[in-house]
Design a protein around this ligand. Structure first.
Ligand code: SF4
Length: 290
């Protein structure tokens, strides 16, 4: 397998074979994100991707169970090319259980329901999607490239095609100014299309990004640990589900995990207990470890 630049993958794909299908991110414009800031976006050729899959088969044997195709927004690839790769991967690894890509609503909306159905048939089982917030004001300010109603529409479409959705919410991305709206609107949007997983991350300023500069200049006010926990509490209190909520990231102040709606009370009680711990016991991780 050949890799270019830093390869990012969700923690839930730690055991997966990683095959880069795209390099960089075709949006590359979110004000908080430093992942691909200096990388020129391109789509790798199907021939190169297949060659990597063949190399992986020679290296690992045919026992690979899960594959994640980085980099950012691989869902943007032409549907027939993606289908070609997915079928080839299944040929290489007959015991495959899961194949996944990144795809934000900006790129999900480029595909029709029928294309998602064909992708599901070819073996695309899950899409990791960075929603970050359901608040239009926050989405606009961070240049996410889609609105809350577009997120709902695309979420429903992907779910209707039978593809799992893993949605990422960024605690604190509304700053102090929009913490309430961010929590309440994110809950409203998630309840409207019920992804399979809601995964929480906490915003950490990343040097070299516009939002880092805003934070340095005092234009963006970062949440304190207690404020981040209160925002998480408000979000969870307003979530209906059904879905699994996970805090599977080093940036979070608390390991809040469970199934909604059943575990809601337990999760809220955990947060309340943490809010009784002195605030200086909580440490924010450095962006180098994200
Ligand atoms: S958050 Fe996702 S869509 Fe936004 S720039 Fe980063 S990789 Fe691209």
């Amino acid at each position: 397998m050949r890799y270019e630049g830093t390869v990012y993958r969700p923690p839930s794909e730690a055991e997966s074979l990683l095959i880069q299908a795209t390099i960089g991110c075709p949006h590359n414009n979110c004000t908080f994100c430093g992942m691909y800031r200096n990388t020129k976006f391109r789509i790798r050729s199907v021939a190169d991707i297949k060659e990597d899959l063949l190399m992986a088969r020679d290296y690992h044997g045919d026992k690979v169970r899960t594959i994640f195709f980085p980099d950012g927004n691989t869902i943007l690839m032409k549907t027939d090319q993606l289908i070609d790769i997915l079928y080839y991967a299944r040929e290489m690894f007959p015991d495959l259980k899961r194949m996944t890509v990144y795809g934000s609503a900006k790129f999900l909306k480029l595909k029709k329901l029928n294309e998602f159905r064909l992708l599901r048939e070819a073996g695309l089982t899950r899409i990791h999607s960075g929603m970050e917030s359901g608040d239009d004001e926050v989405l606009r300010s961070i240049n996410k490239g889609f609105t809350a109603s577009e997120m709902i529409e695309e979420g429903l479409k992907v779910r209707e095609a039978g593809i799992e959705l893993s949605e990422y919410i960024l605690i604190g991305i509304g700053g102090r100014e929009r913490t309430q709206e961010h929590a309440l609107e994110s809950a409203r949007v998630l309840n409207a299309f019920t992804p399979d997983f809601v995964r929480l991350r906490t915003y950490v300023p990343w040097k070299g990004t516009p939002l880092y500069e805003d934070h340095q200049q005092g234009r963006f006010l970062l949440l304190s640990p207690y404020e981040a926990l209160r925002e998480t509490r408000l979000l969870i209190a307003n979530l209906e589900g059904p879905f699994e909520l996970l805090s599977d990231h080093v940036s979070n102040f608390a390991p809040i995990n469970g199934n909604l709606p059943n575990d809601k009370l337990e999760m809220i009680e955990t947060i309340d207990r943490l809010l009784a711990v002195p605030e200086n016991n909580f440490r924010q991780v450095d962006s180098r470890y994200l």
